[in-house]
Unconditional design. Structure first.
Length: 424
């Protein structure tokens, strides 16, 4: 937005700030939040605090620095209120689990370490955050964030103290952080219709089991080398000799990579599906769904743990749906997903959910390049969480303006009264 567009929207922004930042106790802090959001939304190549302050007539670099890096306002109630506003507005078809990386120089920015950087597509010095987004075909919104703390930071009291990492925060795998976020959102009264994720989480049997235990449906990407048994595979146990432990039933045939299971199907078995209208016309490809049973020690142990009586476990691993994509132009299948949704779900709807992550990838361009998600130059734990919360708020405000009717009504997001607080 240029400066004139931002000025024209200031009345609506003031109402938005009054609602979303109602938990921030001081009036001057809320005013700085309004100023920071305008700085993020005004056109400019760089969204550092110094650059934003220079663009705004009421911008004060020292005040904004203090508001973001030193002020003690809690970002969690702000993100909660954003989520409470945006979920009903979007009517999401799914929640997307994602991780995003922020390339960084040096080693003193909070949680920075040499690790895989998705932004650069290689190992690099960066921060990584796990996020959960509400997603529809028309819009998305981040609901909550977790900054990933590498093991080296868990064991480094000096850097933790200098950057203000809370004592209770340690190293935790990204898939666990994602489940933590889903649990926190559930405490806010927000439950996903379906969870979608890329292969980073999707191929993790513990993550899929965590969703199952929370009664959450999923459609998650996996790699082609993940192994599975056909749905009609039957576990058997060899005869017991009477000595030693009685052998448990298990699948005796070697499992196959999902790529091999897909390759066993002829191309004629794949059905053409159109899942959305793209900028260059309909998005379509060919897909096939198969019922399979995930293989591997982890899948077997998780199924056994879920049994009501482990001693009577029959060795059966639950079925899931394997979705496979084979584009006309490809010599072999190119995409694979697992889903625990009912097998009565249509192929077209399953494909649409598998592909819906395109929306957050589209909106990340606005979050990063338009709103400066990765432009924060501070080093502290507090500053990072304040900044991503403010970027989330700016993105939510812009999304509301795009989706809201031209005339404000009593039920529009800008005029709706705050949702009563709940505890969990």
């Amino acid at each position: 937005m240029d400066a004139h567009e931002v000025n024209r929207a200031r009345a609506k922004l003031a109402l938005f700030v009054a609602d979303v930042f109602a938990s921030v106790p001081r009036k001057d802090q809320r005013a700085k939040g309004d100023c920071y959001l305008r700085g993020l939304m005004v056109d400019g190549r760089r969204k550092s605090i110094q650059a934003m302050a220079e663009r705004l007539p009421d911008g004060n670099e020292q005040n904004l620095q203090q508001f973001v890096n030193q002020s003690t306002w809690d970002p969690v109630p702000v993100r909660r209120r954003i989520a409470e506003r945006m979920v009903p507005l979007l009517g999401p078809d799914a929640w997307a689990v994602d991780d995003v990386s922020f390339p960084k120089d040096g080693k003193m920015s909070v949680a920075v370490a040499p690790q895989y950087c998705g932004t650069l597509g290689k190992q690099a010095n960066c921060q990584v955050a796990v996020s959960v987004h509400a997603v529809s075909d028309t819009a998305s919104c981040p609901l909550q964030w977790r900054l990933f703390v590498p093991q080296e930071w868990a064991d480094d009291p000096v850097r933790r103290r200098k950057t203000g990492v809370p004592e209770e925060i340690g190293h935790r795998e990204k898939w666990r952080l994602a489940l933590d976020v889903l649990d926190e959102l559930a405490c806010w009264g927000l439950v996903p219709p379906v969870v979608v994720a890329d292969a980073g989480c999707g191929q993790n049997a513990d993550f899929r089991d965590g969703l199952e235990r929370r009664s959450i449906g999923y459609v998650v990407a996996i790699r082609s080398d993940v192994t599975a048994h056909p749905h009609d595979a039957v576990p058997t146990a060899p005869p017991w000799s009477g000595n030693g432990r009685k052998p448990q039933p298990r699948y005796r045939d070697k499992p196959s990579p999902v790529a091999a299971l897909a390759a066993n199907q002829r191309r004629q078995a794949f059905t053409e599906v159109t899942w959305r209208e793209g900028s260059r016309g309909p998005m379509r490809s060919h897909f096939l769904s198969l019922r399979v049973r995930p293989a591997g020690i982890k899948s077997r142990r998780l199924a056994q743990d879920a049994a009501t009586d482990e001693n009577c476990w029959d060795g059966v691993v639950p079925e899931v749906t394997l979705l496979v994509e084979w584009p006309v132009s490809a010599q072999a299948p190119t995409g694979y997903w697992l889903s625990n949704l009912p097998d009565t779900l249509s192929l077209a709807e399953l494909v649409r959910l598998a592909k819906i992550r395109w929306r957050i990838e589209h909106d990340y361009r606005e979050l990063k390049h338009g709103l400066g998600l990765d432009h924060f130059e501070g080093r502290s734990w507090t500053g990072w969480h304040h900044h991503v919360t403010l970027v989330t708020a700016a993105h939510a405000f812009l999304t509301e303006q795009r989706l809201a009717p031209k005339a404000d009504t009593p039920d529009s997001p800008a005029t709706r009264s705050s949702t009563p607080s709940r505890t969990c």
